[in-house]
Every structure is written in C-alpha cells, then in structure tokens.
Design a protein around this ligand. Structure first.
Ligand SMILES: C[S@@+](CC[C@H](N)C(=O)[O-])C[C@H]1O[C@@H](n2cnc3c(N)ncnc32)[C@H](O)[C@@H]1O
Length: 210
C-alpha cells in the first residue's frame, strides 16, 4: 500500500503517526462544512437540547461548537478510535473539567449508552465508514428520546467524483446519496426527514426526527 493510501485510510479510524497527522487537519478542514451544517439546525428547528450525542467526533471541534451553541446542554462524544478520543478530550478539556462533556471510546454499531437519553445526535463526515447504515441508524434511534433529532452532515452527496475516488482507496468507505440516507433513516424508525444540498458544493445535511 502506498504511503498516500495509508495516510488517507486514516480518515476511517485514525491511529499511530499518520492518524495524528490526519486528526490535526480534520478540525480545520471540516470547519466550513460543519458551520454550514449547523446553520441548518438553527434555521430548521428551535431546540434547546439538554443532552447531545456527537458520534465519530474525530478531533472534537464539533463537540466544542455544539456546547457553545447550546450553553445549557451536556454533551457525550464517542469515537471508536482511541486516538480520536484522546485528541477530542484534549480539545475539550475545559468542558470536561466543568462536567459538561464526556468523551468515550465507542462504536456506533453497538452503542453502549442509556436508551432514550439524548435530545440531539450529530454525525459529521463519519457515516461513510459505518458498518451498515440502517443498523447504525437504529442504534442512534434507540438512544434518542421520542421526538429527538439526528443530524448528518457530509461533504459528499454520494455522486461527486472526488469522494467516489476516495471510496475506491479507503477500505470500507461508502458514499451515500441523500435519498439512500433518507431510506435508511426511515427504515430505522425516523419519521420527518429533511435533506438540504449546498448550492455550489456537493455538501449535504440531513435532519431527521425520531
Ligand atoms: C473523517 S473523520 C470525521 C471526524 C469529525 N466528525 C469531523 O467532522 O472532523 C471520521 C471519524 O469517524 C470515526 N468513526 C468511523 N466509524 C465509526 C464507528 N463505527 N463508530 C464510531 N466512530 C467511528 C473515525 O474514527 C473518525 O474519527
């Protein structure tokens, strides 16, 4: 495997030296996408979540932003990469010290969290790597309160050439169209599903309600 391919494969589960390099870039490179996605959440729904779950938290920037957006919320962030958990914990250390934030290692396909605990779950740039959308979405639904929201933000709309090329070299990566995401969400028990597409980029936001 070429060094580039080894490096780019770290997006799926960062570890080791190359994983550290990729995590260092994640927070900054995803900032504009995250901001765009979060604008939808504010525009589409006036919510005041008490408990937030941030899934596949990577370097932890989105966890920090969500806690600033919702100052009375508590946030749990999970990632199955031990390195991501360490980096996200370092990024959010003050919020952890204040008792508002917990960051733990966990796999979305078998969520070890209390049922019906969360008002909002978020997933930025991560569902490409989840092992079976419908199963993982069912796990998310299980830990959301009835009426809770799930927001997915992807920089791929499932048809852009750049991401489709990444999917050819990143093990286990799959790109999804908004329609495929909506179908999997509905099969997992979500009802109201709204998809938005960026006007000039292949970015998508999907907001679903349990
Ligand atoms: C491309 S990074 C995105 C990180 C962050 N959400 C962001 O937007 O910068 C994907 C992250 O999802 C995590 N991930 C992938 N599959 C996962 C799974 N099954 N359960 C939990 N985390 C997962 C990876 O370890 C990685 O940290």
């Amino acid at each position: 495997m070429s060094i580039y391919r080894k490096y780019i494969n770290q997006t799926r589960k960062p570890q080791g030296f190359l994983g550290k390099m990729i995590i260092r870039r994640m927070n900054s490179e995803h900032a504009k996408l995250s901001e765009w996605g979060l604008e939808h959440l504010v525009r589409l729904e006036r919510i005041a979540p008490g408990e937030i779950l941030e899934i596949g938290c990577g370097g932890g920037m989105n966890a920090g932003t969500l806690m600033k957006m919702y100052p009375s919320a508590k946030l749990t962030a999970i990632d199955y990469s031990e390195l991501s958990v360490r980096k996200a914990a370092a990024y959010n250390k003050e919020m952890i010290a204040s008792g508002r934030c917990e960051i733990r290692q966990g796999d979305v396909s078998t969520l070890d969290l209390p049922e019906e605990k969360f008002d909002l779950a978020t997933a930025f740039e991560t569902i490409y790597f989840w092992p079976g959308l419908e199963k993982c979405f069912s796990e998310v639904a299980k830990v959301l309160k009835p009426g809770g929201f799930f927001m997915i933000v992807n920089e791929s709309d499932g048809m852009d050439e750049e991401s489709l090329n990444y999917a050819k070299i990143i093990d286990g990566m799959r790109c999804y169209t908004p329609e495929a995401i909506e179908t999997a969400l509905k099969s997992a028990g979500f009802t109201k599903v709204r998809c938005s597409h960026h006007r000039s980029m292949p970015w998508i936001t999907v907001l679903a309600r349990k």
